[in-house]
Design a protein around this ligand. Structure first.
Ligand code: CP
Ligand code: NVA
Length: 308
């Protein structure tokens, strides 16, 4: 069974297959309405169960559209409406999900829970964001970068500025090893990536370079990413953390250190980590980035359901 839980555990040949399928499918939808179904309805009769333990705007909507465009159906569960965590075990819940559904998309506040579901479930699980990773976001972002730059990501310099110890950058680090691209990270010393992740990257010949200076990190970049300084459920002193990142806001000055045709990406929602000028400026591709999640997640669903 093919799950989609962490980029680092999925063969790069499979990740490439997903991207290629997404590219073909996107092209074929040029004249279709958002809810029109792809030719041959490849997931006709299939049911995706989604559950969100944390807020979501994009992931929720893009998975809804993804399964609909493939001819299947979906239902979004709210954990507080289930028996789970009250009077029913996770193991029994997982069995029930497997009885009714064909795939399970989970956004969770616990990596342990994701592992537990994987142990007990008989249908593919897709990680729609956990404390340690956000794999559907990053695979989709690679698709967006290659679509805009018309080059393989391995030929580009990717830069991340901001909190380097959250789910999105963890998946970007994993992707940088898998797809073999240069990744410059600009962050305060205290917020560098987790040591075990850097050790794994080094062991796997990752090209990851850390700077405690945003301008140096942005030098010669083709792509600049950032993410919120305060992630959902971040249990820290928020005011202090925002202050620590004062010099790491992506402003025009930072953009000017990169290549002239640099693109700016942000998974959203945004906070103080990017200036309005950059976010709404000509380098920003954030709206296309958000839309592309539909296309890539369709191919992730097909991959998980053995239809690629
Ligand atoms: N980027 C992203 O995952 O957005 P949501 O939290 O709105 O789903
Ligand atoms: N790092 C952010 C990503 C939101 C999509 C968070 O976890 O809140």
């Amino acid at each position: 069974m093919k799950h989609f839980i962490n980029i680092k555990d999925i063969p790069v040949s499979d990740l490439r297959k997903i991207i290629l399928d997404a590219k073909k499918r996107k092209k074929k939808r040029k004249n279709l309405n958002i809810l029109d179904v792809d030719k041959n309805s490849p997931l006709k009769g299939k049911f995706l169960i989604q559950m969100f333990e944390k807020s979501s705007t994009r992931t929720r909507l893009s998975f809804y559209l993804a399964i609909k465009q493939l001819g299947g159906g979906t239902l979004t569960l709210r954990p507080d409406e289930l028996h789970l965590a009250k009077d029913e075990s996770l193991a029994d819940t997982a069995k029930i999900l497997s009885t009714y559904g064909n795939a399970f998309m989970l956004r969770t506040d616990s990596d342990k829970k994701l592992k537990e579901f994987k142990k007990h479930i008989n249908i593919p699980i897709i990680n729609g964001l956990s404390p340690s990773s956000h794999p559907t976001q990053i695979l989709s972002d690679i698709f967006t970068i290659e679509e805009i730059k018309k080059k393989l990501i391995s030929k580009l310099n990717i830069c991340w500025i901001g909190d380097a110890n959250n789910n999105v950058i963890n998946s970007l680090i994993a992707a940088s090893v898998k797809f073999s691209f240069n990744l410059n990270i600009g962050c305060p010393k205290k917020y560098e990536p987790k040591k075990h992740l850097l050790r794994w990257a080094k062991k796997n010949r990752g090209k990851i370079y850390i700077f405690n200076d945003a301008k140096k990190a942005a030098n010669n970049a083709d792509v600049i990413f950032t993410d919120k300084v305060i992630s959902m459920n971040d249990k820290i002193n928020k005011a202090k953390k925002i202050k620590d990142f004062k010099k790491f806001q992506v402003t025009s000055k930072i953009i000017n250190c990169a290549k002239r045709d640099v693109i700016f990406l942000h998974c959203l929602p945004r906070g103080s980590e990017v200036s309005n000028e950059v976010f709404l400026g000509k380098h920003s591709k954030v709206w296309r980035q958000a839309l592309n999640r539909v296309y890539v997640q369709k191919s992730i669903l097909l991959y998980c359901l053995d239809k690629l």
